[in-house]
Design a protein around this ligand. Structure first.
Ligand SMILES: [Zn+2]
Length: 159
């Protein structure tokens, strides 16, 4: 399965963290105790703006975690990408490794190591992008119609 339009579009989805840091650069240096409150306030107002413009946005969950791509060996950051549709409230979460596999290697699936609580490897876990999950979170926002059509068509195919 190939989703070239979706892949290009996902690369362009605004990242809430980057918008917040751009907005925060314009702030006077707040007292350290007020800093996180101020950042939270900016994040809320940026999210509201994106909602007004009907824009899908993304946040990175656990951005300091790392993953290693089994295909190219690159070390990437983050546990997962979470997309939010500000109009419907629908969210969809994909592992950062899976997003790397999709955006860089054009893959709809990959696998990572499954660990016990003591951090001992206990096999592999398959990670898959289901086109219907992307379709569901994107629908209703300003997503280009050819992207939605591509996802709609892909839902009928097995990955
Ligand atoms: Zn890679």
């Amino acid at each position: 399965m190939d989703l070239p339009l979706t892949r290009r579009f996902i690369g362009s989805i605004p990242h809430l963290g980057s918008l917040v840091s751009i907005a925060a650069q314009g702030m006077a240096s707040p007292h350290p105790h007020e800093h996180w409150g101020a950042i939270g306030e900016i994040a809320r107002s940026q999210a509201a703006d994106l909602g007004n413009f009907q824009l899908l946005y993304r946040i990175d969950l656990r951005p300091s975690e790392t993953f290693r791509c089994p295909e190219c060996g690159v070390e990437g950051k983050g546990l997962a990408w979470e997309f939010t549709n500000p109009l419907t409230g629908v969210r969809a979460r994909f592992s950062s490794l899976l997003m790397h596999a999709f955006l860089v290697h054009d893959r709809m699936e990959t696998e990572d190591d499954l660990m016990t609580v003591d951090n001992v490897p206990r096999g592999k876990r398959k990670l898959i992008i289901q086109p219907r999950d992307l379709y569901h979170v994107m629908r209703g926002t300003d997503v280009p119609s050819d992207v939605l059509e591509e996802l709609e068509k892909a839902q009928g195919e097995t990955p």
